[in-house]
Design a protein around this ligand. Sequence first.
Ligand SMILES: [Zn+2]
Ligand SMILES: [Zn+2]
Length: 177
Amino acid sequence: MGHGYRVKCTNCEYNYGFWVGLGMTHSPERGFYGDQEPYQKWTIDFPDKIDHWYTPSVLGLVSSNKIARQVYKLMTQGYIPSRVYGLAEYVCPHCNLLYHRFYFRLSDQTENPKKKKYTPKYECPRCRSILKPIKFHEHEGILTVLYLNNKNAKWECPKCGNPHLMYDKSKGEILWD
Ligand SMILES: [Zn+2]
Ligand SMILES: [Zn+2]
């Protein structure tokens, strides 16, 4: 189950509606292996068929052909998705626009001693900077934007430069699946 919520600048009208979490259509099987038959792992069994509609939904969720092809290639090589995945909050570190994108990690399960990891690099549609995953810390109604390592992202409103956000509860929370 996923949910939607909205944040807004405490000073101007800038706001962003996030969709986060997971829908039912994004089970691990369907999300990363494709779901033609329960016993088939599409990625593994049909490594040359990236464009088929049975292919894993992660390929559509990354909203970039370049990332989709890279993910597909790594999956065919035996990379395994992390247990934590789903739509999540991101920010552009250059222009401060907020986005939601599909967060996941793949790790190399082969005999490779280096144990490489892969995380998708999403580009800001406006300035092409690489988006960074974030989370919010709320204190007395004011939200601070933190990177996942808890470092302050020093966010400023892309419209007015104000550093403060708050939850916009006027529209309520939306559940989706
Ligand atoms: Zn503002
Ligand atoms: Zn940007």
